[in-house]
Design a protein around this ligand. Structure first.
Ligand code: PCD
Length: 788
């Protein structure tokens, strides 16, 4: 089926990924595969301390190491005005620390050598004299008056460790609703911590910078999720003319938000290439990637729901403390410092809501990236789904029933939420009912009751989440000032074969296939006839890149519209060749024909040929089009997940027996790709729920700096994912598609935590913070006298 050659392609047909032909043969080309003549290698001296003054840096021994060419320090960069760079949240981050370090693993010096090994030897020989300072790892303590000020460099504007206070919603109306519920209804409260985690792409960050003095051209091969935005930032930071900068993002071995920011290593490699006149490669090792590049989450949340006695929700109130680490490098759209966290009313019809977020500095690595999450949606979705279960358990209601009674109804869309989002479309009840049917929910509840009677612990966890993906619209969404539109350029060759270039950048999602499918469906071609290119700023049209599941909602729309422009021109050519008016023509897949005379027609291939050989005199020759698409709204994919767990009373081990994921991403382009996305996303949702945490000790030492201590789930830990879907198209997207890549990571953790808490709800357990390690669960069992 999938390998069959399609003459005409329709959306929703499975199609094997074109890029896999090279990936499964080991012929992908990643940054580290780039080899240039005379290339040098960089490696970074990093701070062992989480907070210290730099008294001196002595490079003399390092320069004696055979192969070492140069040692660049913060002072050297300062002289070139490159010691600091702007972050995506408009903070200033040290490229190389000049006088103080603020987290363990911070970049202190850059050693350039003729081999990677010599560079590492050089790093070991650099002698840095540090004077340790008191360390702050707890964000609550960072706000205490006696806390050391971590960022004296910006004390004029920011006299404490608090970066910002941000709030949204109607506080008075929300407080009034809570006062009312205190007397006539119920109020539930819960503290929830969403731990700091790491996106863990298998390919770490890295680049090759090649500056040619003679031409003034800088080429940077960069494992980047947003090559155009990075080119613009390089131009702004380094003061180089943008048309002389070429960023090439080759194959990317996983992005997950990790490859959205600019990292100090990139700037150092560029500076080193400019200084030495040679190309310079810098590739992080695993521990550097875990310890220093953009982390995710780290939200301390206090949430409250006001409801009536029957469980109809009325108001939501949320206070959050966000740990941003040493520099505010959160990858958020400028207008929303806490990202899209205020989607936290979820799939439920709350009348009132109020959210505030305080962000603070601590002595930890910077970040706050959108790890498989459209800017803090994971945190938002976790909190509301945990809270709905808490409410259900407090009221003695079935969590499914409580959700069904509170869902936004299908006829209420477009739905304006209390926190001012306009949900495009949804059918939450449809998705939950399907998931419940698929697992036979009633039978599971009965089994649970029987097991409870025997003292066995079984839990059923539900997550009926709503995502929000596809930033723009440009008027509300920008990153570093650049509006979040996206683009596609479609060029049809004389023989009807197509080259398409897009502004987004695949990291494994399969864009070379799915974007070809969009064009194929619009033009009535086979996806095999459409090649998709991306990632080279010298050729691809400008776009903001791939993250926040925005490629399908934004660039996917641009692609459909560019193909439609091509079809419009082809129609004019058809009318000319068939000697009829355009209004007399009808389109069927791949062909225009004369209404009422189906035999009289021209295929898209014939029309493409004519565009170059027999073009109507009133048209420009050629057949190509470009579209820059600024979406009118985001898209709101959703899902209903049900997780079934058994808990071992002897060990506290949680066994995930079943996991049913019903997803709805509107029109599906390629069901095989979507299935793959869901499997990967669910696994990255399992990870924080059960295994991963980027923990620090009180001195700011990273406790999980490698894959032995930072436990990413393998096939051994991963349960058998069961998947299904409903299809509720987006009304404003040209092909009705919503994003899907992030949904499972957003939706899964709370299904698992809800299942574990559900297993223990009858003994009064209401919450356990992630990750649900056997030790943590066992301690709860012991406290409740349930260990065996
Ligand atoms: N699709 C289809 N249909 C629909 C939707 C979708 O078919 N309806 C498909 C598309 O086309 C593509 C995919 O699927 O291919 C996905 O999509 P989306 O959702 O739109 O998304 P994108 O934008 O493309 O991407 C992004 C995402 C993210 S965001 C993340 S994290 C992750 C995901 O994606 N990453 C990754 N997935 C993945 N995969 C892979 N393989 N790798 C990677 O890296 Mo962030 O924010 O960045 O954190």
């Amino acid at each position: 089926m999938a390998s069959e050659v399609h003459a005409h392609h329709r959306l929703g047909e499975p199609y094997k990924r074109k890029e896999d032909a090279r990936f499964i043969r080991g012929q992908g080309q990643y940054v580290d595969d780039v080899q240039l003549p005379g290339m040098l290698y960089g490696d970074i001296v990093r701070s062992p301390y989480a907070h210290a003054l730099i008294k001196s840096i002595d490079s003399s021994e390092a320069l004696k190491v055979s192969g070492v060419v140069a040692v660049i320090t913060g002072k050297d960069l300062e002289a070139a005005n490159l010691a600091w760079m702007p972050t995506l949240s408009a903070d200033m981050e040290a490229v190389l620390a000049v006088d103080r370090v603020l987290y363990q693993m911070q970049e202190v010096a850059f050693v350039v050598a003729t081999s990677r090994y010599a560079a590492a030897d050089g790093v070991a020989a650099v002698d840095v004299d540090y004077e340790p300072l008191p360390v702050v790892v707890d964000p609550k303590k960072a706000l205490a008056p006696e806390a050391p000020l971590l960022r004296p460099d910006k004390k004029e504007k920011q006299p404490t460790n608090q970066i910002y206070h941000w709030e949204t919603g109607d506080e008075d109306a929300t407080n009034a609703a809570f006062a009312e519920a205190e007397s006539n209804g119920v109020v539930i409260r819960q503290d929830l911590y969403v731990p700091r985690i790491h996106p863990a792409p298998i390919e770490t960050c890295g680049c090759v910078a090649d500056y040619r003095k003679a031409t003034g051209k800088l080429t940077v091969w960069l494992t980047s999720q947003a090559p155009h935005a990075h080119r613009t930032l390089f131009a702004l930071v380094a003061g180089l003319p943008e048309h002389r900068i070429r960023v090439i993002s080759p194959d990317v071995g996983g992005g997950f938000g990790n490859k959205v920011p600019i990292y100090p290593g990139y700037v150092c490699a560029v500076a080193a290439s400019v200084t030495t006149g040679k190309p310079v490669k810098w590739i992080e090792d695993r521990s550097e990637n875990i310890g220093s590049t953009g982390f995710a989450r780290d939200y301390h949340i206090h949430a409250e729901i006001a409801a009536d006695k029957d469980g109809m929700v009325n108001a939501l109130r949320v206070h959050t403390l966000a740990d941003h680490g040493a520099f505010d490098a959160a990858a958020q759209p400028t207008k929303f410092p806490a990202g899209l966290f205020h989607i936290c009313t979820g799939s439920y019809d709350f009348k009132h809501a109020f959210v505030d977020v305080d962000a603070v500095h601590t002595n930890k690595a910077p970040g706050g990236i959108a790890y498989r999450c459209s800017f803090r949606v994971t945190e938002a979705s976790y909190l509301i789904e945990r809270m709905m279960d808490t409410l259900a358990h407090d009221l003695g209601k079935d969590p499914a029933q409580l959700r069904l009674q509170n869902f936004i109804k299908p006829e209420a869309f477009p739905y304006r939420s209390a926190l001012n989002w306009t949900f495009d479309s949804g059918n939450y009840e449809g998705a939950l009912r399907l998931a419940m049917k698929n697992v036979d929910y009633e039978a599971l509840r009965q089994e649970q009751a029987e097991k409870r009677a025997r003292g066995e612990l079984m839990g059923i966890g539900i997550s009926t989440f709503t995502e929000i993906v596809g930033a723009g619209p440009g008027k509300h969404f920008d990153i570093a000032g650049i509006q979040m539109f996206d683009s596609c350029e479609v060029r049809v060759h004389p023989t009807g074969k197509v080259l398409a270039r897009i502004g987004v950048q695949t990291q494994g999602q399969g864009h070379e296939t799915t974007f070809a499918q969009i064009i194929a469906a619009e033009l009535g071609l086979s996806p095999d006839d459409v090649d998709v290119e991306h990632g080279d700023t010298d050729t691809a049209p400008y776009g903001l890149g791939t993250y926040a599941s925005r490629s399908t909602p934004v660039a996917g729309a641009a692609t459909a519209l560019a193909a439609r422009k091509v079809r419009e021109k082809a129609k004019k050519i058809a009318a000319y060749l068939l000697e009829v008016g355009e209004e007399d023509l009808e389109w069927e897949l791949g062909r225009f024909f004369v209404k009422g005379a189906p035999a009289k027609g021209k295929t898209i291939q014939e029309l493409a040929f004519a565009a170059y050989t027999n073009c109507p005199p009133f048209l420009e020759p050629g057949l190509e089009a470009v579209n820059y698409y600024d979406p009118p709204n985001l898209t709101y994919p959703f899902g209903a997940y049900i997780c079934v767990v058994d808990i071992d009373c002897g060990t506290g081990m949680v066994h995930i027996r079943r996991f049913m994921a019903v997803d709805d991403c509107g029109t599906v382009i390629n069901p095989m790709v979507v299935e793959g996305q869901v499997h990967g996303g669910l696994t990255q949702g399992l990870a924080p729920a059960m295994y991963e945490e980027l923990a620090y000790d009180a001195d700011g030492n990273i406790l999980a700096g490698n894959f032995q201590d930072y436990l990413i789930p393998t096939a051994m830990e991963t349960p058998l994912w069961e998947t299904d879907r409903t299809i509720t198209p987006s009304p404003h997207h040209p092909i009705g598609a919503k994003g899907v890549g992030e949904s499972p990571t957003v939706g899964a953790p709370q299904a698992i935590v809800n299942a574990v808490v559900d297993a223990l709800a009858h003994v009064g357990v209401r919450h356990i913070d992630m990750p649900l390690t056997p030790w943590k669960v066992w301690k709860v069992l012991e406290e409740k006298g349930l260990t065996s």
